[in-house]
Design a protein. Sequence first.
Length: 317
Amino acid sequence: MLRFLVYSNMKNPLSLLLLIFSFSHFISFQGNADNDTDGDGVPDVIDAFPNDSTECSLASFITYTDDGTSVTITDCDVLVSGVMVIPDTIDGVPVTSIEEDAFSDCSQLTGVTIGNNVTSIGKRAFEACTSLTSVTIGVSVTSIGDGAFYQCDSLTSVTIGNGVTSIGEYTFYRCTSLTSITIPDSVTSIGESAFQSCSSLTSITIGESVTSIEEDAFKYCSSLTSITIPDSVTSIGMYAFSRCSNLTSVTIGDSVTNIHTYAFNQCYDLTSVTFGENSQLTSIGLLAFYRSVSYTHLRAHETPEHLVCRRLDEKKK
């Protein structure tokens, strides 16, 4: 192959010069191969983790702290590109956390897999990673910080590990390419504006341990057509599903006691709201279904009728 390249470019001095430079660079690189402690093919002189064979392939871009018992990823060069794998360990020490803003504005990063020793993802950790398309969150992560994936507008696939117990505020705010999300049964709360303006989101599965859906959580999810609120949920926050303009049906679990003000405001296509036979609903906030479902649709379902009548009469005035 080398002889062919030389022959085919012999009449082009510039091509030949580039070839000679590339070949000499290759020989120089190979000459350092003996100085490769972990056997990954990367000489230690340019290898961020020269003693760790399980490292991230883009490790030379990462900054981290190591206290001897745990490693925290603190920063990453914004020029990093491609898929980033956060390793389980660095030099045998477990990687347990990703600090806030660690990967923010890494606009050429296309994928992230988070190791199974990581327990927390900091605030805005991957904010504005605009080329990021897929994220896999390890099984040990318990909390996803506020705005962790804020405005990752190319993100189409997210796998949330079964260890996560809370999804922070604005975590996936304006991830406009995200089409589906499954929130595992380990999660107990969905933070304010967590999925707001995820305009391509068509499928949401809410785990059976979620107790609260906070304010604006799914506001402006304009592609969403139906939602089932599990029996574990007790409260639906203000504007939680407001302006989900294509939402046609909602099923609300028995444990919901409070639907807050404007919760389903301006869901123009909403024609069916179903409450369970054992509904514990005690309060529907002012204009909770403003410019959404009609009086007759709600009245037919099993819910305290005086509350429904009162709130919808306010809407009609």
